[in-house]
Design a binder for this molecule. Structure first.
Ligand code: NDP
Length: 329
């Protein structure tokens, strides 16, 4: 079988993770990496693969089966998603939850017009966690959903802080509140506000002369990202950020606490958790599995924007359907 030919748009943390993930999948190959920066300044780990200016991506329409978009959700993907959906099958990890329906509609329009397939908002949240929330709600219609993140670095939130005026560099940790997690796990069905579930802790390097009070206020009041949480902002030096905060672990828990029965009520807890040493590398592995699926769906004439809810599970696997039902069912 021909390998799935993949292009990467944007070579940041996720872009590097996708490069590594492609090497682990025997049915995928990396054709080229596209960047807005000078291609000579971007050095890949895979020998023989080209780095190309993003404006030349269109020339690769016949050489690439699917583009994996690795830009940031705050400002890159809202532009790059619809732009590349009109030329290629795409997969991305757009994670501004509140804006997903709007983003879906824009990408869908571009992909439908071009007979292409776009799988958006893939990763672990949104992504695998969304899938588990949907699945467990379908199985236990009477019950409550709970999602906790961390402790870990949130790529989306760190990216959003780095775009605040006066910020040179930053990392954001999401921290679940232990008592809240235990209370859910024990089936107590607590009512928890956003603020009672997590803390957000930010380590920020400010540009010289920047107004730190304004930076702090801009972060704490940022809608969709920080406004609904208790947020702690620490200003640190570049050296401190590098030595103490350069790893990117993450993880979290999805719970469904539900009940069944008519005469006797029985309680059930569904718990799915992830403990990730590297958020971008794990997210990239999910993106590559969905890249394979996007190409398969497109070949079957299934066009437009899709999410994890719309992609058949078996399409994610490099194994054939026959192998899957023999080995795993
Ligand atoms: P980065 O900030 O590392 O990269 C974003 C873009 O920045 C790159 O594509 C790159 O584009 C550009 N860039 C500019 N200068 C540099 C530089 N010097 N080094 C590296 N990149 C540079 O973001 P991440 O890769 O960490 O995350 C991307 C998005 O992934 C996040 O915004 C988040 O929304 C999403 N995400 C989603 C998850 C999910 O579960 N759904 C989980 C984790 C992340 P170019 O090459 O064109 O310059």
């Amino acid at each position: 079988m021909n390998k799935v030919k993949i292009g990467i748009i944007g070579y940041g943390n996720i872009g590097k993770g996708v490069e590594a993930a492609i090497r682990q999948s025997s049915d995928t190959e990396l054709v080229a990496v596209f960047t807005r920066r000078n291609p000579e300044s971007v050095v890949l780990k895979t020998p023989g693969v080209k780095v190309v200016e993003i404006k030349d991506a269109e020339k690769y329409k016949n050489d690439i089966d699917v583009m994996i978009l690795c830009g940031g959700s705050a400002t890159d993907l809202p532009e790059q998603g619809p732009e590349f959906a009109a030329m290629f099958n795409i997969v991305d990890s757009f994670d501004t939850h509140a804006k997903i329906p709007e983003y879906f509609a824009t990408v869908n329009k571009a992909a439908m017009a071009a007979n292409k397939t776009s799988v958006i908002s893939v990763g672990w949240d949104p992504g695998l966690f969304s899938m588990i929330r949907m699945l467990s709600g379908a199985i236990l219609p009477e019950g409550n959903d709970y999602t906790f993140w961390g402790k870990g670095v949130s790529q989306g939130h760190s990216d959003a802080i780095r775009r605040v005026t006066g910020v040179k560099n930053a990392i954001q940790y999401t921290i679940p509140i232990d008592d809240a997690v235990e209370s859910v796990r024990n089936g107590k069905n607590p009512e928890l506000s956003t603020r009672q579930k997590h803390l957000r802790e930010c380590f920020v390097v400010a540009e010289e002369g920047a107004d730190k009070a304004k930076i702090e206020a801009d972060i704490k009041n940022m809608p969709n990202y920080f406004a609904d949480y208790d947020t702690i902002v620490h200003f640190v030096s570049e050296d401190e950020l590098k030595s103490n905060h350069s790893r990117m672990p993450h993880g979290g828990f999805v719970f469904r606490s539900g009940k069944t029965g008519i005469d006797t009520v029985n309680n059930h807890i569904i718990e799915f958790s992830l403990k990730l040493d590297s958020n971008p590398e794990f997210t990239a592995n999910v993106l590559v599995a969905y890249a394979r699926a996007a190409v398969r769906m497109n070949r079957e004439g299934c066009h437009g924007a899709k999410t994890v809810f719309d992609v058949p599970l078996s399409y994610l696997s490099a194994k054939s359907h026959a192998e899957l039902i023999k080995g795993l069912l």
